[in-house]
Design a protein around this ligand. Sequence first.
Ligand SMILES: [Zn+2]
Length: 300
Amino acid sequence: MPFNQINSYCYIYESAVNIGYVTDGETGLLIDTGIDSSSVKKVVKELEQRKLPLTHLFITHAHADHYGGAAYLQERFQLHTIAPRFEEAILRNPSLEPLYLFGGNDPLPELRNKFLEGPPMRVDEIAEEGMLAIGTLKVQAIASPGHSYHQLSLAAYDTLYAADAYFGKEQLHKHRIPYITDAVKTIQSLEKLMQVKTEGAVPGHGMYEKEFRKTLQENIDYHLNIMNEVEELVSKHPDGVTHEETVAAVCRKFEVNGRNLPQWLLFKTAVTAYVTGLIHNKKITHDVSDFKWTFYPVVD
Ligand SMILES: [Zn+2]
């Protein structure tokens, strides 16, 4: 049974993308929707069978696999929809994702697929970090940027719905280079979630665990390892290594499958997130040399 009850308030629809659900019998809050109408229809069926309410929708971040089913739900249910600041702009204008991945150019048609761009949706309320009253529920929104610009995780009734702030162990290793936009913020968010005092946690991709702090630590170690690999690569090039060479070398090293433009752009963004992390931490320097963005080791 993929629809699991965690405690008297909290449920998880476990799937390729987990969907959270919290209820006190009066308010029914769905957390993310999965990629399209078919994923969210299955959850709705489970709620109807159990006569559970559906009154509110919270979207953690504007990635199509987390909000793609929202427009379908909004057409059929009276739902009050809440989303984090900034992410909400992308949810209302989903072509912003292929646009930013493509470095600001008008995206080529192959980038406008359902994995990078879901149907536009409505956002009724913008959320910030802190305690939120959602209907009759009280939940804590925790800023967890790094994977997406203003992602909010939710701690509700002893369950942390962490979205993509971390990945399950299996998913972490499967992705090889997990998608992030900023390595420093990713690690800070992971350290922050370590302090959350819920009984268990569930990531967007992976299993519910009571021992989630171990998985958070594994995520931290995994990111630090990639960052070290990038630093080591740059250290071997005292005369500089270009951005393009760095992306290719790291993708080769981790044996990722980035052979088409959408996949490659996701890996390019992730590798760049480690590079900018090293620049922030003053571990490498950079300039534009001969019209190529180039990285250099720091000479002591
Ligand atoms: Zn995501």
